[in-house]
Write a protein that binds this ligand. Structure first.
Ligand code: HXC
Length: 272
């Protein structure tokens, strides 16, 4: 009888890392109201950080902030706005500083996505995703950098693996995320001498997220979401665990890197 396939477990980062490694630190997260970025923020809070989450939907942010505070015993505040509006980010940063007095870690995660072929993608549709993902990340860096320099903190950008190969119906997101990767690398080399690190997490297919629901239900064959080397689809905890590592001192010699957290799916897609 053939041995049963090994399926890797998803563990909580608190089983691997000490629970107080981020005590006294503050994380600022765009897109933190839901999905992957909410999970990244929660993990940081479970290790002692306070947080500010930034997004367009105030009601959802307020609900999430209250749930995260209750679940972790730390404080999370909602700061509403649009990453395409630099002044809104500046106001959110001010609010975060008034509440917590510092910003150590920044997660640039706000993103937009939908499936559309280039032939059906309007100029405004393409620009909208570029503005949310790429320019929104730039705006977030500009609003936070003086404070992250002061605390000698660190950035994590949320990208994707879609642009490593040509993914149909994802021209807008592929172009936008390639820009995010480049921005993060330049930030790393410019800011390294100031004690600031900058890395990218590139999630593969992660279950129970808006991105996956929007994309995979419609065209799994185009995205290559069929089967994966580790025998399971990704979990938000997988991204959260990588976030804790990259922000931790254990990653102090890691900067300017893109870390795919995709269970090897992208390698499989290239060999199909
Ligand atoms: C074609 C579309 C479209 C669609 C919107 N547009 N949806 N075009 N197909 N399905 C066009 C609109 O017609 C319009 O162009 C332009 O895009 C802007 O749309 P608006 O709705 O006016 O913009 P806005 O309100 O700012 O909304 C932005 C959005 C939003 C991107 C469209 O719906 C959004 O952010 N949704 C997704 C959130 C999400 O899923 N986040 C997770 C991303 S996951 P015209 O020409 O008509 O004016 C991710 C990684 C995935 O990125 C990896 C998976 C493996």
């Amino acid at each position: 009888m053939a041995p049963k396939a090994y399926v890797s477990p998803v563990v909580d980062s608190t089983l691997v890392f000490k629970q107080d490694i981020f005590r006294g630190k503050v994380v600022f997260c765009t897109g933190g109201g839901s999905g992957i970025c909410r999970g990244m923020t929660e993990a940081m809070m479970r290790h002692g950080a306070d947080a500010a989450i930034f997004g367009r939907k105030l009601e959802r942010l307020t609900q999430t902030a209250s749930e995260l505070s209750e679940a972790t015993g730390r404080t999370c505040i909602p700061t509403s706005g649009d990453v395409r509006q630099p002044n809104m980010l500046k106001e959110a940063v001010e609010k975060t500083l008034q509440r917590f007095g510092r910003i150590d870690f920044v997660i640039c995660g706000a993103a937009g996505n939908f499936l559309a072929p280039i032939s059906g993608l309007s100029e405004n549709a393409f620009r909208t995703v570029m503005e949310i993902d790429t320019i929104g990340s730039y705006n977030t860096v500009k609003a936070t950098l003086p404070h992250v320099r002061f605390s000698k903190g660190s950035y994590v950008f949320v990208s994707a693996t879609l642009h490593y190969n040509a993914t149909p119906y994802q021209a807008h997101v592929s172009a936008a995320k390639a820009g995010v990767d480049a921005l993060a690398k330049v930030l790393a080399v410019e800011e390294g001498p100031h004690g600031v690190r900058s890395n990218v997490i590139a999630p593969g297919p992660i279950g129970n997220t808006e991105g996956m629901e929007r994309l995979s239900n419609k065209a799994p064959q185009h995205l290559g979401i069929n089967a994966g080397p580790v025998g399971r689809i990704g979990d938000i905890k997988d991204i959260a665990n990588a976030t804790v590592f990259l922000f931790s001192d254990a990653a102090s010699f890691i900067t300017g890197q893109v870390l795919p957290v995709d269970g090897g799916w992208e390698h499989l897609r290239t060999t199909q």
